[in-house]
Design a protein around this ligand. Structure first.
Ligand SMILES: Cc1cc2nc3c(=O)[nH]c(=O)nc-3n(C[C@H](O)[C@H](O)[C@H](O)COP(=O)(O)O)c2cc1C
Length: 231
């Protein structure tokens, strides 16, 4: 039985940005937790097949970066929720929507990692969510936010949106207050460099139990996946 695939979604798309650094940090925390039944898998690989894996609880975490999807602002004439449930992809008129639909269909669950933009989520994330409906519906979802106060308002908005998409949003939603970590001035390379997390932020998150919350979130997703996908 192939391990279930959990996408850790990098949601902001500007250059440069902090989101890839935060996403990789979360990936590392989840992979280092011995209680989460991971089938260890490189972050960049797309091959989820493992014919020798017989543990039905096994999961693999993969990073899914919205900036690689090249989605324009929503440009389909259809309303995704009104399409046939079984396979909506052929009903989309645009190749980028069909590609995005096929990508999302491959995953069993999602952790959306997002900054707070003006008390909400970035338009890039809302846009990517709006493109589809049945591909999200019934799947477990987790939320991790960051911002000067942890991005609580973004988390509230995102929870409402994901609930509207009929996703099964787990309760734990860690928020990372970013006080010291920042984008170096003049960092404008197209070849995006990874920003270093400031040790003071890391220490603050550990002391506030944020890493423990991430591990709880991971286990909540594993438990939801154990129950199966409800459509
Ligand atoms: C358009 C915009 C709006 C923002 N609004 C907020 C906000 O409401 N609250 C907050 O704490 N930080 C806010 N910030 C600061 C971001 O949390 C910070 O810039 C973070 O690095 C953004 O993530 P990114 O680099 O991955 O885009 C905002 C940043 C941008 C670019």
């Amino acid at each position: 039985m192939p391990a279930k695939r959990i996408a850790i979604v990098t949601s902001s798309t500007r250059r440069p940005r902090l989101n890839p650094t935060i996403t990789h940090y979360i990936y590392d925390v989840l992979l280092a937790d011995p209680t989460i039944p991971t089938n260890h898998h490189p972050a960049t690989s797309t091959d989820s097949s493992n014919s020798t894996d017989t543990d039905p609880r096994h999961v693999i975490f993969e990073i899914l970066d919205l900036s690689t999807q090249s989605l324009p602002l929503y440009d389909e004439s259809v309303i995704p929720a009104s399409l046939p449930t079984s396979n909506p992809a052929p009903h989309y008129s645009k190749a980028h929507t069909r590609a995005w639909s096929n990508t999302v269909q491959k995953y069993d669950a999602f952790i959306f990692v997002t900054p707070q933009y003006n008390w909400s989520i970035p338009a890039s994330l809302k846009n990517a969510l709006d493109y589809l409906f049945h591909e999200w519906k019934g799947k477990p979802a987790g939320i991790v936010t960051y911002g000067s106060r942890g991005g609580v308002k973004a988390a509230e908005h995102l929870r409402g949106i994901l609930t509207g998409l009929r996703m099964r949003v787990v309760g734990t939603a860690p928020g990372l207050p970013v006080k010291y970590t920042g984008l170096p001035v003049g960092m404008l390379s197209e070849e995006e460099e990874r920003v270093e997390l400031d040790k003071r932020d890391l220490q603050g998150w550990r002391e506030a139990g944020v890493e423990g919350m991430m591990r709880n979130l991971g286990m909540e997703l594993v438990c939801e996946l154990d129950k199966g996908v409800s459509q």
